[in-house]
Structures are given as C-alpha cells and as structure tokens.
Write a protein that binds this ligand. Structure first.
Ligand code: SAM
Length: 308
C-alpha cells in the first residue's frame, strides 16, 4: 500500500526536541491567522493551486472552525493531513501535540516559518500515503486525525488509517460526497463496497455536514462531506484474522455481481463447505452480505484452515 517514495523530513516548528508528544504548548502564542485570503497566501509562496495534489483550499473560516469543533482536539494529540495554507490548522492549535503532514514542500516551509513559535507543532514534509502509521503513531496514540483530504488520495489514506484503529481516537475527514456515501453505505445499495465493509468492520461512521464547492478556491466539481470515523474496539475484536478478512472482502467485491460460490474460489478451495459452515446462501452476492456476515465468513475460513 505504501508505494510512493517520499522525502520524509520531520521538522519541528521550532526545534528537534518538539517531536516529543509530551511537548506542551507552553509560552506559544495561542492564535495565529494562517490563511486570511487563499489568493494572498498563495501569492506569498508564488504559487497557483496544484491540481495533481488535489489543492482545493478552504476559503471559509466558519467551515474550518466547524470541522475543528467536530474534531474537538483540545488537549489531544492530533495529526492533520494536508494542512495546505493552514485554513483548518489555525483552529487546531489547542491540541496537546499537533503534527502536520504536507506533501507540498513550499507549503510545508511556509507553515514551518509561520508556526515556528508553536513548540507543540511539528511539520512533517511527506507523502501521507507512504507513512507507516503504526510506527508514526507509536509514541502519540491515541490520536485524532483531521484533514480536508485531497480527493485523489482520500480512499487509500482512510484505508491505511483504518489498518490501525487501536491508534486512533477519531478521524474527522472532509471527503468527496461519493466517498462519504461509500464509507456509510448499507448492503444492497449502489455505494456498498469493500471500503464500506472494511470501514464499518472497525469503526462507526457518521456524516457530519455537507460543504458546497463554492467554499473552496479553486472550486471542485462536486460537493464535499465531513465524516467522523470512531474506532469500535468491540467490532475489531470479532475479527479473528484481519488479513484474511481484508483479502476476502477485497477479492469478492472485485466482482460484486458474482455469486459467492463462484468468487470465493479465489480465496478458498472449498467454497460450498465454507458457505455452509458460515450459514451463507451460496447464491448470495457480496453486495447482499452485511458486515457481521463478512466477519462470520472470514472467521469460518480461518477456523477451517486451522482444523483441516
Ligand atoms: N487543509 C487545507 C484546506 O483545508 O484548505 C488544504 C486542503 S487541500 C484539499 C489538500 C492538501 O493536501 C494540499 O495542501 C495538498 O498539497 C496536500 N496533499 C496532497 N497530497 C498529499 C499527500 N499524499 N500527503 C500529504 N499531503 C498531501
């Protein structure tokens, strides 16, 4: 999953000692306006928005404030993905420790400069897709992850974060409307997908609010939605082997209209027996199976492999 190469520079806002999660925001100014006007902030770094990096900057402080209020990061360790010009960041500064992961080095440098007096803030100039989250969050967990996510990376990014639900307090993400629908979807709906099952197997999903294209510079073509994912340890505990579960879900959804007795041949040698033991109709299609039924099926596969 972590395939992109990255320059992984962890640069504290003030000094290398600031990477400590216990670094408190003592003596730091409490507030700063990082992004009064998107155009003016871009002019500061001599840049136009970079489409390839999904740069649609939030231009309405009231919305950024609302996202921060949903995230409720006061006194918590917090990671923001894609801080950009800092529209959201400026409302996250009362976190206990704040790590900002930004791929665009010019924007990362700008934040580095503007936030140098905030000793609890660490700028990480890196590709968030290339981060080993378990390693990165080891000394920070549980963290709240916040981000107005670039459209092109939102799905793989959320998928990689959901691999470490035990490290997360909450994820508050602004995503494309269509991705929010998939995260939240129920069986037998067009949006129900591998992402729906893998997400709902480890977390509760709540749609917070919708944001119209006009709130961004430049405006995207579609509406965005803020979603809140909260890890549910009791659900995680139901899954005997996450790797088996993930492989099962991804494989069968590659052919969502195919009956399980056929698509399961790519996962197990005896689909008929596995389906019988799991109490699932052989003619069932993946889009008809609920999250609990996927858990049951994956657990039967694990048990069958162990005993046969
Ligand atoms: N948070 C800012 C806001 O709300 O205005 C910017 C949001 S903009 C939609 C996405 C940001 O993510 C951009 O700053 C972009 O440079 C950054 N970005 C894009 N791909 C990234 C990646 N793979 N890792 C980290 N940051 C990324």
């Amino acid at each position: 999953m972590l395939t992109r190469t990255s320059r992984f520079n962890r640069t504290p806002a003030r000094s290398s000692e600031n990477t400590s999660p216990s670094a408190a925001p003592t003596e730091a100014p409490a507030k700063i306006e990082l992004c009064g006007s998107v155009r003016a902030a871009l002019a500061e770094v001599g840049r136009e928005p970079n489409k390839a990096l999904g740069q649609h900057f939030l231009a309405q402080p009231a919305i950024a404030r609302k996202i921060a209020s949903v995230a409720n990061v006061t006194g918590k360790h917090t990671v923001e993905i894609g801080p950009g010009l800092g529209a959201l960041t400026q409302f996250l500064l009362d976190a206990q420790g704040l790590w900002l992961i930004e791929l665009d080095h010019m924007l990362a440098n700008r934040l580095q400069r503007l936030l140098r007096d905030f000793r609890h803030v660490t700028i990480v100039q890196a590709d968030a897709l290339a981060i080993d989250w378990r390693k990165f969050l080891r000394d920070k967990a549980p963290v709240t992850v916040v981000g107005n996510l670039p459209y092109n990376v939102a799905t793989p990014l959320l998928s990689s974060l959901l691999e470490v639900p035990d490290c997360l307090e909450r994820v508050v993400a602004m995503v494309q409307h269509e991705v929010a629908e998939r995260l939240h979807a129920e069986p037998r709906t067009a949006s129900y997908s591998a992402l729906s099952v893998l997400t709902q197997a480890v977390a509760t999903v709540r749609k917070a609010f919708v944001v119209a294209p006009g709130a961004f510079v430049p405006s995207p073509k579609v509406h965005s939605q803020v979603v809140v994912l909260e890890p549910a340890p009791e659900r995680v505990a139901q899954i005997a082997d996450w790797n088996v579960f993930r492989r099962l879900v991804r494989t069968v959804f590659r052919q969502r209209r195919k009956q399980l007795r056929n698509s399961l041949t790519q996962v197990v040698t005896d689909p008929a027996e596995i389906l019988r033991l799991a109490g699932v109709e052989p003619t069932c299609r993946p889009e008809e199976l609920g999250v609990d039924e996927f858990c049951q099926l994956a657990n039967v596969i694990v048990e069958y492999a162990r005993t046969s």
